[in-house]
Design a binder for this molecule. Structure first.
Ligand code: IVH
Length: 678
């Protein structure tokens, strides 16, 4: 037993040291933090059981992260420590109880609770109010001199305001807000440059660079949360007051920190931050509780590498490891082949994940995901799960790079990948069952023809039985045919028939969107409708004419032109008309449009209307030649204001834009419609 433990301890230490180096030295970890925490927990448990195995070199006894020699060395006069972790309510209660026992106090204590930012710790020394030196944590005793870099971090003041101590060493976390991280990675991806796996590595990789002009271009921020050396002045006694003082001196602090009371107070804070986690502008992996009284903090002191007066309460992991069992290709509406990784099911941030999309073959190759690989699965908040990286060290022998299939896995047609395009497509068009199914689903969708009750499962059956080969076939379905489908009672079949009938009267923008022309979303469909006025005008249009529509570029114009030129699509449109699908023409604004006309006017609809939905109001406006916009500006002609309007009505008020209530709006519609009919 003991021999086993000895061997395991050695193994764990080697692994932890390896992962520490990847994380702290290279800013490029191989495994999720939660996996690292597991290794640490196991090592701690073994060391508790066999205390004589503990050595001063054990990762449990010191702060990890050797400084990089390329930077100047900075010795920390006050060591930069780490925090102990709590993973459960029980752990937190234990922490609180020990504080009470050690201080021999009863009753509730006050705690300063703050987010545990996922970035890297730095220390910044201000001498006589001026930023004099900044360093990373390094191994806790000595770090790297990153003065030039920290000076470039957004919001870090070169000089303090007011009367700060002569020497003030402040500590905090450099991090990259999520928006900036996503933007930076998007740009890097477009340029084919290195993308960072997560905001923490992006922050570390942006700060720890020898050329500080790189740091200046990165969207970094720093929140201060603690102290190092203080001389020639006093600082407040309470952690909460200290943070307030830092703020008064002009140092940025986290706006989401809070003073709470007792163990119930800290746990409530944990739950609250957990609920807000996915909507925060920065990434956090837990919250930190610090005893508010700094005198008590001092009395409690430290154990090995962490203070007794603070603890990090971690959130459930958003990342986990699992194995790829297979990689399949799904065929979408436009024939796009999407690789999907089938995974050994894994539990991440509250759900079991067994499939993850890999977007396109280029991404599979860039990440080099292979069947048999161990991969990191990430699911942050409500975000769709993704595979940020592969653990190459765990790749078994005999794996192969994933190849794009030469033929469509559904219909066997040739697969084409156009030069310079990321997406590969099945060339089968409507002959491909998968494309047909997706196209019909899109056609029937709520924002398209809005056929209520025609869901995926039904469409699958209709396509499989060849009852629906193109969207037009929906309108020749009979009640008998519908009743013959699985799980279809007569009543629901009749309802569906009714919904199909109702969908026949639609609008031009909806129809154009429903047809599923490549790259034509709702906004483009609306622009086309407003510009051409009728479907016939669009059917006769040349690619040059289509490109004249505002916001339509050459690629979209080419897709639209190819669509309207295709005999197959023209036949579908003809049949839709024959089956009684109708849509009114849209009035095209002309230069002659008068002032009291809706032609060419820009209208915003906000709040809840009683007599119609917002979509109906917008459609009515479009049919009368108005342009519907989502946001209010000086150019807005008027705003239709329903009940409980939001900020848009306020903005209109501020800008002095005309506002119409529902009654006025309905009257206006009536007047215009009548005028149009004459
Ligand atoms: S206090 C002695 N407060 O977490 C106190 N640390 O696991 C040491 N961190 O090295 C740190 N947010 O990089 C503290 N609000 C916060 C924090 C925080 C993130 C990081 C910091 C530290 C690590 C410890």
């Amino acid at each position: 037993m003991r021999r086993d433990a000895e061997a395991r301890v050695a193994e764990l230490r080697a692994q932890i040291t390896h992962h520490d180096e990847r994380y702290y030295v290279h800013d490029d970890p191989e495994i999720p933090d939660a996996e690292y925490d597991k290794l640490m927990l196991e090592l701690r448990a073994l060391e508790t059981e066999y205390p004589d195995l503990i050595t001063s070199e054990s990762p449990t006894q010191h702060v990890s992260g050797a400084p990089n020699d390329a930077f100047g060395e900075v010795i920390h006069k006050v060591p930069m420590l780490s925090l102990d972790n709590a993973f459960s309510e029980e752990d937190v209660r234990g922490f609180e109880r020990r504080i009470h026992e050690r201080l021999s106090v009863e009753g509730e204590l006050a705690y300063w609770a703050e987010p545990k930012l996922d970035g890297l710790a730095v220390t910044v020394i201000y001498r006589d109010g001026k930023l004099a030196q900044a360093a990373t944590r390094g191994d806790g005793a000595k770090g790297e001199d990153v003065t030039a870099n920290v000076q470039k971090v957004h919001g870090v003041p070169p000089k303090l305001r007011g009367k700060a101590p002569e020497v003030l060493e402040v500590r905090g976390e450099v991090f990259m807000p999520l928006k900036g991280f996503e933007r930076m990675n998007r740009i890097a991806r477009e340029k084919g440059e290195k993308v960072f796996v997560n905001p923490r590595n992006a922050a570390a990789g942006s700060l720890r660079v020898l050329d500080a002009s790189i740091t200046a271009r990165r969207p970094l921020q720093l929140f201060f949360y603690g102290l190092g050396v203080v001389a020639g002045g006093v600082v407040p006694e309470r952690q909460s007051a200290l943070l307030k003082a830092l703020e008064d001196w002009g140092l940025p602090i986290c706006p989401d920190a809070k003073l709470v009371r007792g163990v119930e107070g800290v746990l409530a804070y944990y739950r609250d931050m957990g609920a807000r986690r996915s909507s925060l502008p920065y990434q956090i992996d837990g919250v930190v509780y610090k005893l508010d009284s700094r005198a008590d903090q001092e009395r409690l002191g430290f154990v090995s590498r962490a203070p007794r007066w603070a603890i990090a309460h971690k959130f459930p992991a958003e990342e986990a490891l699992t194995v790829v069992k297979g990689i399949e290709f799904q065929v979408g509406r436009t024939g796009a082949l999407t690789p999907v990784a089938r995974l050994e099911p894994v539990f991440v941030s509250g759900v079991t994940v067994s499939n993850v999309t890999l977007h396109n073959i280029g991404e599979v190759h860039r990440k080099d995901v292979r069947v048999g690989d161990t991969v990191v699965v990430r699911r942050a908040g409500d975000v769709i799960p993704e595979i940020p990286s592969v653990v190459l060290e765990r790749r078994p022998e005999g794996t192969h790079e994933v190849e794009l299939p030469a033929r469509c896995p559904v219909c066997g047609s040739e697969v084409l990948q156009v030069e310079g395009e990321a997406v590969a497509r099945c060339t089968g068009g409507f002959t491909c069952r998968a494309q047909r199914q997706e196209a019909i689903g899109h056609f029937a969708g709520r924002r398209a023809m809005d056929i209520e009750g025609l869901g995926d499962k039904l469409i699958e059956q209709l396509v499989e039985r060849d009852l629906v080969k193109s969207p037009a076939d929906i309108y020749s379905l009979t009640l008998v045919q519908l009743c013959g489908l699985e799980r279809m009672a007569e009543k629901s079949a009749a309802n569906l028939m009714q919904a199909i009938e109702k969908s026949k009267s639609t609008t031009l923008p909806r129809l154009l969107f429903a047809l599923g022309i490549r790259e034509v979303g709702e906004a483009t469909a609306l622009a086309l409708a407003q510009n051409f006025g009728s479907l016939d005008a669009l059917l006769d249009a040349t690619v040059e004419r289509i490109q004249q529509v505002p916001d339509i570029g050459p690629i979209v114009a080419a897709h639209v032109a190819a669509f309207v030129a295709s005999p197959e699509h023209r036949a579908v449109i003809k049949r839709l008309r024959e089956q009684g699908v109708t849509w009114p023409d849209v009035v095209v604004p002309t230069a002659a449009s008068g002032d009291d006309n809706l032609l060419g006017q820009t209208v915003v609809v906000t709040g809840t209307l009683e007599s119609m939905t917002r979509e109906e109001a917008q459609e009515a406006l479009v049919a009368l030649g108005a342009k519907v916009s989502k946001s209010v500006s000086k150019k807005t002609s008027f705003v239709v204001v329903g009940a409980e309007p939001g900020s848009k009505a306020q903005k209109a008020e501020e800008l002095g834009v005309r506002m119409l209530d529902e009654k006025e709006f309905v009257a206006l519609l009536g007047k215009k419609r009548n005028a149009g009919a004459q």
